[in-house]
Design a protein around this ligand. Structure first.
Ligand SMILES: [Zn+2]
Ligand SMILES: [Zn+2]
Length: 317
């Protein structure tokens, strides 16, 4: 049986601390070590001390997805203490110097019809954390389907895109523990985040379709408890997955209703749903709307035409 310990590592984000997990079986392994900040290091080291583990005993670090609150400290653990890093290959470009998450999404914000003032707000709302980076060596890329062996058990790697393209979850078949990262949380619905296709960056990844596929996959898995990336564990997997699916389908209905008899750009749809959002939340709102519109369009419910570089959506019939 694996001995999995939860360590709360503080983040400057509204979501609160990130849950880092220590697998206290050899080789000692950390999953999502937390953000690169003085508070982050302190929190992680305190958690390791409480578990009676020294940082130089950490041999492996597994990153669920590239977001700074989860991945930031991986580089330090590798460069300072010699840990091997494991991350899905699709997350690697986001953990590379020069990657700019705003720049990746700028064409989509323009396509959405975001007005100049709001666009400036988004671009000026910078992240309080530095862009996370992988170390130059000791990086191992995952595909999904691999297994990590420990004295006393093993965990399987499952590629679960949606929140990010290279998001992975980890599954301990023996104890039926599912380490979810940000794929599913107890009290918040994770955002399937607007992402450019690696092979064709002017197009978006169908993030919502991917996310719904993952949720449906979880319905048929034998999961006892879900250990989440933030907040509490989820004890009733089936009910939680059902709830998220319901929430997602409701959101699709809301957007379909907004477009009933109307022709609107994604920014206008977003403002109808979230009239008050500002700064980076404008990007999150547009991301949410595009995720739904792309999904509705591939299912023939809506269609769009481009006018002056802005996409206008209407019902198909
Ligand atoms: Zn995340
Ligand atoms: Zn997170």
């Amino acid at each position: 049986m694996l001995d999995i310990r939860k360590i709360h590592v503080p983040t400057p984000y509204q979501v609160g601390p990130v849950n880092c997990y220590l697998i206290r079986n050899r080789p000692y392994t950390l999953i999502d070590p937390g953000p690169e900040s003085a508070e982050g290091r302190k929190g992680l080291l305190a958690g390791l001390t409480a578990a009676d583990v020294r940082p130089d005993e950490i041999e492996q670090v597994i990153i669920s997805h590239w977001h700074a609150d989860h991945s930031g400290l991986a580089r330090w653990l590798s460069e300072q203490w010699g840990a091997q890093i494991y991350v899905h290959r699709l997350e690697k470009p986001k953990l590379t110097p020069g990657y700019d998450k705003h720049a990746e999404r700028l064409p989509f914000l323009r396509e959405a019809g975001v007005p100049a003032g709001d666009l400036e707000e988004v671009l000026n709302d910078r992240d309080p954390l530095p862009g996370p980076l992988l170390p130059a060596t000791r990086v191992n890329l995952l595909e999904g389907g691999e297994a990590f062996a420990f004295t006393g058990g093993e965990i399987q790697v499952i590629h679960m895109p949606g929140h990010t393209t290279g998001h992975i979850c980890l599954y301990d078949t023996e104890s039926r523990i599912f380490l979810a990262g940000d794929f599913i949380l107890a009290h918040i619905t994770p955002n399937p985040f607007m992402t450019a296709r690696p092979e064709d960056p002017v197009k978006r990844v169908p993030v919502l379709a991917q996310y719904l596929t993952g949720l449906n996959r979880m319905k048929y898995m034998d999961i006892g408890v879900i250990l989440t990336g933030h907040g509490e564990n989820i004890d009733d997997c089936a009910t939680s997955v059902e709830k998220v699916l319901e929430h997602r389908y409701k959101r699709l209905d809301v957007i379909a209703d907004i477009l009933d008899g109307a022709v609107l750009n994604p920014y206008q749809v977003m403002r109808t749903m979230y009239p008050a959002v500002r700064g980076f939340e404008i990007l999150l709102g547009v991301s949410e709307v595009f995720a739904c519109l792309d999904y509705l369009e591939t299912r023939g419910k809506v269609r769009h035409e481009v006018q002056n570089g802005v996409s206008l959506y209407r019902h198909s019939s």
